[in-house]
Design a protein around this ligand. Structure first.
Ligand SMILES: C[S@@+](CC[C@H](N)C(=O)[O-])C[C@H]1O[C@@H](n2cnc3c(N)ncnc32)[C@H](O)[C@@H]1O
Length: 249
């Protein structure tokens, strides 16, 4: 999806309504919060700053958000201006970022699904590695590696619909539509990479100790009524968090 001005407003609305987003945030919180105190953070594909702002509130030190969409970066900057937290935002595509610093923690919430193919994915991972030092932690929220479990029977319950699947060895291209509470719809073209391919690429660029975390339901950030709604997604978790540690090549 091209995040132009109209789409960014729609994205912001659906992002706030979408329960899966809060659930993944909750799991992210549990993983990152104990490690974030005063740490420098680079947030890839920061969008309008939904996660970036929370990372800062959870205790991050210096924090930079980058995104390839000018409209998203503008929204993030407007929000920063309205209620300053000391976050920097810059317009960059992940594939071409180069080194902008050396960070303790790098996050990417829905970045990798925007890679068009294996080569594109490799460019993103290479950029992530270029901003790491030994022991930098990388956390990514994505549907990576779990595409074999997708199906509309499951997705429709959560206001999602899978409109097309094109399979290629190692990954699939999907078109997925999210429906908002007022029936507004937003369609994304995403790529879901197999776990094995992702792990191989991460390894190639110096990442080790790769772990996959399922989204958890219980937690302080999620209103109790939402736990019940999402309980039956259980082991079918359609989103996972990838954690890795940079050790260098
Ligand atoms: C689904 S949104 C996620 C935004 C934010 N991380 C969040 O969790 O709300 C995906 C974001 O990825 C950005 N994006 C897509 N391709 C990108 C790329 N190649 N480099 C950097 N950002 C990219 C889009 O502009 C969009 O803001």
């Amino acid at each position: 999806m091209d995040y132009n001005k109209d789409k960014t407003e729609l994205y912001k609305k659906i992002r706030n309504e979408f329960t899966l987003a809060s659930l993944s945030l909750n799991t992210f919180y549990k993983l990152i919060y104990p490690k974030i105190d005063r740490k420098s953070v680079l947030d890839f594909a920061c969008g309008e700053g939904y996660l970036t702002r929370r990372l800062k509130i959870w205790g991050a030190g210096e924090i930079l958000g980058i995104d390839a969409s000018e409209s998203m970066i503008n929204l993030a900057k407007e929000q920063e201006k309205r209620s300053p937290l000391g976050i920097e935002y810059e317009l960059h595509s992940a594939q071409k970022l180069g080194t902008v610093g050396v960070f303790d923690i790098i996050t990417a919430s829905w970045l990798l699904a925007n890679a068009k193919d294996e080569t594109d994915l490799e460019k993103m991972i290479s950029s992530i590695a270029l901003n790491c030092k030994k022991k930098t932690k990388f956390y990514s929220i994505d549907h990576c590696g779990i595409f074999e479990r997708y199906g509309n029977k499951l997705l429709n319950k959560y206001n999602m619909n899978l409109d097309s699947i094109v399979k290629t060895p190692g990954y699939i291209h999907i078109k997925i539509t999210l429906t908002g509470v007022d029936n507004s719809k937003m369609t994304f073209d995403n790529t879901c990479f197999e776990r094995k391919l992702l792990e191989t690429k991460m390894h190639q660029y110096g990442f080790r100790n790769i772990k996959w975390h399922k989204i958890e339901f219980a937690g302080e950030l999620i209103p109790f009524e939402l736990h019940k709604i999402w309980q039956d997604i259980g082991n079918e978790s359609i989103v996972e968090i990838l954690e890795a540690t940079y050790e260098g090549c």
